[in-house]
Design a protein around this ligand. Sequence first.
Ligand code: PRX
Length: 652
Amino acid sequence: MPQEPAAIASVLQESRAFPPPEAFSRAAVVGDSDRHERLQALSREAPEVFWREVSRELHWFQPFTTVRSGSGPDTRWFEDGTTNLAYNCLDRHLEGPARNRAAIIWEGEPGDTRTLTYLELHREVCRMALVLSELGLAKGDCVGIYMPMVPEAAIAMLACARLGLVHSVVFGGFSSEALKDRMNDAGARAIITADGGWRRGQVVQLKAQVDAAAPSIPTLEHVLVVRRTGTPVAWTEGRDVWWHERRSLVGEQHEAVPVGAEDRLFILYTSGTTGKPKGLVHTTGGYMAQVFLTSRFIFDLKEQDVYWCTADVGWITGHSYVVYGPLLSGATVFMYEGAPLHPGPDRFWSMIARWGITILYTAPTAIRTFMKLGDDHPRRHDMSTLRLLGTVGEPINPEAWMWYHRTIGGERCPIVDTWWQTETGAIMIAPLPGITTTRPGSATQPFFGIRPDIVDGQGQPVPDGQGGYLVIREAWPSMARTIHGDHARYLTQYWSQVPGSYFTGDGARRDADGCYWIMGRVDDVINVAGHRLGTMEIESALVSHAAVAEAAVVGRPDEVKGTSVVAFVTLKAGRKGDEALKGELRNHVATEIGAIARPEEIRFTDALPKTRSGKIMRRLLRELAGGGEAFGDTTTLEDLSVLAALRQDDEG
Ligand code: PRX
């Protein structure tokens, strides 16, 4: 067990409650409490019947006969069925009213726009699938996707799914080093990228990053390049191909490849408690069923909605709730390429007004950033089309929740605070906006068929109101099936801490009404601006610098980002800790991982405080980091060994 549950004692007491507005409930996908109770009873008493009914709405080439087999980490869903996720997102809608509905409305950072109907998106996906198969890629091969937020990012994912290729999307903000590590771990045969993408008025040179990584990825044969910015790029003949050239040479009809429900759909890397990111493997059938149902029920998706999830496709939120979930539901997805505050602080609000966006799903960090900028920016725009708001990725403080509710939602929009993880694949705890009474700061109730619990260090349930570890008692359809190449790590990390249950790594408490309050990570993972980072990963990046002997990274509470990165560093003999070296180390982390991991602060120290057994005393470092300048001039070397000696008995 990572930390004593006592350390995650809950202090937040929030009594404000917001029942769903009557008009919202009346029109909601799930708004009728009798129906809700029936669904709840069915999902509890007969989860297999429940998920069978859900999955029947989707297309199966070979219908499944079993819903669930195996148990715990070895649970399999719809095992003998064959299907195709891209077929379900696209082809399934072509005979109905969605055929000519906008599937994707896109706005580039410079202000250029594109709209693709379901029919047009289907054609583009077919074309890319044809190009990929002409390159010799076939079912089971892994393809990396390293793209800006342009429609081709979604097209690439869907084209892979259409062929049964396993995609591994790497966030465009990750460095070439990080890309290289992930592509090597996944064994990628191809990477789909773009010349660049726009961010804060600048071109992010994605192709150049791929070029830097490519020579160290021995499995890589092809790089398919989308032209977005028109920036000149280096070219490797025989390896690199332009999407726009190949696209014009292929037809627009392609038969989706039937894949087994338990066949791999994607690998997505996320940070854990070691220096090496984990490639979580998601499979097809169960993932499809749960992202479909959660999208429809939690976002209350209807045909007239324009739904905007602000996440990048490089994260799980982008997979499940930018691309797959809403397209499975036949919804209109709005997609934006660039930075939230470019060219001005009201970019988001102006897009909501211009496109008539009805549902906004974003991260608490963004909300806190906007809140700090003041109410004038949103007030200048007519956002009366908004009818539902969502948050994800980190705990939302009640103050930010109330601001979102009042200033963005005009006090009429329910807020769905959705708790889930890369590992869970889909939303696990969240309100149903037409049913659930929401409370600022609580993700409220488990979704149908999900059985969370709060336990102590021995795995025993704790009484309501008491903090503990959040676990999930039973397998669910969209759970990750393994860590790519390391099944043993999957078992120990997630399924052995509390035998028989999935261990989330989060602390939480449940109140007397059965509402869940997530308190944050209890392991060495930190959540910076809604991005999940492993402290060990940043430490390894620091230690790879020639001047560094040892490093310890902790999170410090931050008003906007939730947490910021503080690194305590001891230097090799003869190296001087000065401002220049701090800058160098911060940039070194950005090069090794990406700008999102760049430490906010570096503090040089003579020694790191350790327990007698040699474990770094992270709690002490967290206290020190949180104490800011109280512990003296940050440019001088701190002698933490003295403090350590004083505190040893505390930490054991
Ligand atoms: O600590 C929880 C936090 O984000 C972690 C998962 O991060 P990641 O895999 O990157 O996925 C983020 C998007 C699903 C969780 O362990 N987290 C996620 N959603 C919430 C949250 N913390 C509090 N409230 C949430 N709604």
